[in-house]
Ligand binder design. Structure first.
Ligand code: AMP
Length: 214
């Protein structure tokens, strides 16, 4: 199965992608996670990406397309498929993805578009905490960990992302409105778009996605 999870920052793409990846046994590919790993590893690409991430801007297409290409041609993706989280975010990226899928001769099955109101996004993102160890996501407003700062699933320490600060969050939401939303038209013209209301409980969103994919 080859799925894109599309939506504004904070819509719940990461949470749903982890669940879908497990449910369907497909790799979860998050460009945001790949960039954060590169920043952590102090690679040249990480240094470049960080300049944009810290401001809530998009990393240039040429860099982003290249890391996704290098990942999608690996055997786990060519044999099992994937769930893409956070890519594509521009029309150029969407067109490049079409070319990559042509290259491996595997079309997309669906583009799940998770919709959430901007003010709710800002509240969600400002309360978001991630496990350093297993990547599980928690939220001080909606899905608090049992013990502050400690992961319910593996006991690892939780951290707040550098770009989950209010000013950066507002810019990320603006960038989505100005640049990324156009990708919706691209996929609706391909008849692949499945809109989902993301302002519901996590389990309900998962259920709606699973139903749509059936
Ligand atoms: P995310 O975790 O998906 O919210 O991504 C965090 C940050 O990584 C974004 O705010 C961008 O700076 C960068 N990023 C992630 N995916 C992309 C992409 N497809 N194109 C450009 N920049 C991206």
């Amino acid at each position: 199965m080859r799925i894109i999870l599309f939506g504004p920052p904070g819509a719940g793409k990461g949470t749903q992608a982890l669940i879908l990846s497990e449910k369907y046994g497909i790799p979860h590919i998050s460009t945001g996670d790949m960039f954060r790993q590169a920043v952590k590893d102090h690679t040249a690409m990480g240094l470049e990406a960080r300049e944009y991430m810290d401001k809530g801007e998009l990393v240039p297409d040429v860099v982003t397309i290249s890391i996704v290409h290098d990942r999608l041609i690996l055997e786990d993706c060519t044999t099992k498929g994937f769930v893409l989280d956070g890519f594509p975010r521009t029309i150029e990226q969407a067109k490049a993805l079409d070319r990559m899928l042509d290259e491996i001769n595997e079309p997309l099955d669906a583009v799940i578009q998770i919709d959430v109101d901007a003010e709710i996004l800002i509240r969600r993102l400002s309360g978001r905490w991630t496990c350093t160890n297993c990547g599980a996501l928690f939220n001080t407003h909606y899905n608090r960990s049992k013990q502050d700062g400690v992961c319910d699933q593996c006991g690892g320490p939780l951290f707040q992302r550098d770009d989950d600060k209010e000013e950066t969050i507002r810019n990320r939401v603006n960038v989505y409105e100005q640049r990324t939303k156009a990708v919706i038209d691209f996929y609706s013209s391909h008849q692949l778009l499945i809109p989902i209301d993301g302002d519901q409980k996590i389990e309900k969103v998962t259920e709606t996605i699973a139903e749509a994919l059936r």
